[in-house]
Design a protein around this ligand. Structure first.
Ligand SMILES: Cc1ncc(COP(=O)(O)O)c(C=O)c1O
Length: 376
């Protein structure tokens, strides 16, 4: 099997799986228990938090572990909006965010009366910072913008937006799920007040992530109960997953990044394919964007059928985000760029690499596409 859907999830590294297995076998204590078994667990919990904090260059107590990025996004948005609504009820985001942002903000609008602005990109798909900062009002309390888009790999102008927000009351939340592990992420340099990440996007386990929150920010908890995570998120910690996430961040940040070489290889290969089969293609790639995600459109080729043919050939790619894959919903990201009626919404596939993807994986994809598109 050739796996080229790393924006949906990445394979767990063996070092990560080993670190988790050791915890599951040996460190079974509850980190809140005061006896030796509990102290062993709480030491590992503390060390893992410190490892991740060091990578982000932030204090360890500014990280809250969650069940993944969807929960971290909910915690930041719902927790902050509800706790700060006396300062205003206006929230700003983009129309191309992950559903865990879009649906959460819609919930705040529909159930709590917040006014939410969903900012669309320019017609060429680009997102200059002013599109977002022009929307700021005196009653804006929160701006949420993703660092890299999960469907196109587009990078949004986070530090520029953060810079403008320095002189505005609104808190700044950054969904860094698609960029952490690929780019160095330092929330303080980005002027982010909140930042979200998920371990399974950087070769860690699924079901674990974290929310960074600048020291002193006031936000409500969503999960109430015990006093874990400084009362910000109740529930016994998933220690094995947390240790795996810390290991994944350490190992992944050391891996060399060859994704720009793979990107060029795939583009060159697609040109050759076009010359051989007359199958045209284009990229849905508003600049700037990550070299690890290519969203490719093949004119007049239905992407569901193409995906199935590639799957039968042993190649895993997707038509969009994992959360919308398997449903008939067209991509809201491409819709924001091209409009609802565009045929482009039905002819794209997303190919996404990790630092472990090899040249041979791209060769296999190109060879499968050649078999599918050749006319003889
Ligand atoms: C940009 C972005 N945000 C949030 C999420 C949700 O992450 P999780 O699977 O950890 O809930 C994803 C997952 O695809 C994502 O790509």
């Amino acid at each position: 099997m050739i796996y080229l859907d790393n924006a949906a999830t990445t394979p767990v590294l063996s070092e990560v799986a080993d670190s988790m297995a050791t915890v599951l076998r040996e460190t079974y204590g509850n980190p809140s228990s005061i006896h030796a078994a509990g102290r062993n667990a709480s030491k590992l919990l503390r060390e893992s938090r410190e490892t991740i904090a060091k990578h982000l260059a932030v204090p360890a107590n500014t990280l809250t572990f969650t069940s993944g990025a969807s929960e971290a996004n909910n915690l930041a948005l719902v927790g902050y909006a509800l706790a700060n609504q006396d300062k205003g009820k206006h929230l700003v985001t983009t129309a191309i965010e992950h559903p865990s942002i879009l649906q959460t903000l819609s919930y705040l609008r529909d159930r709590f009366g917040f006014d939410v602005t969903f900012v669309k990109p320019l017609p060429d798909g680009t997102f200059p910072a002013h599109l977002i900062t022009d929307q700021l009002r005196d009653d804006t309390i929160l701006v949420s913008v993703m660092h890299a888009n999960n469907e196109t790999g587009q990078l949004l102008p986070i530090s520029e937006i953060g810079e403008v927000l320095q002189t505005h009351q609104a808190a700044f939340h950054v969904d860094a799920v698609q960029s952490l592990g690929k780019l160095p992420i330092h929330p303080e340099e980005l002027h982010a007040d909140f930042l979200t990440a998920s371990a399974h996007k950087f070769h860690g386990p699924k079901g674990i992530g974290f929310l960074y929150h600048r020291a002193g920010l006031h936000f409500d908890a969503l999960i109430h109960g015990g006093e874990q995570e400084d009362k910000r998120r109740a529930g016994t910690e998933n220690l094995a997953a947390i240790v795996g996430m810390a290991k994944a961040i350490e190992v992944t940040s050391q891996l060399p990044d060859k994704t720009n070489v793979l990107y060029t290889q795939l583009l060159t290969g697609l040109e050759t394919l076009k010359a051989k089969t007359a199958q045209d293609f284009y990229l849905n790639a508003p600049e700037p964007h990550l070299s690890s995600t290519l969203n490719i459109g093949f004119p007049n080729v239905n992407h569901d059928i193409l995906l199935t043919k590639l799957d039968l050939a042993g190649i895993c790619v997707s038509t969009g985000s994992a959360c919308t894959a398997g449903t008939v919903e067209p991509s809201h990201v491409l819709e924001a760029i091209y409009g609802k009626e565009s045929p482009k919404l039905k002819e794209n596939i997303r190919v996404s690499f990790s630092k472990r993807t090899q040249k041979e994986d791209i060769d296999a994809l190109l060879s499968a596409l050649y078999t599918i598109f050749r006319k003889d």
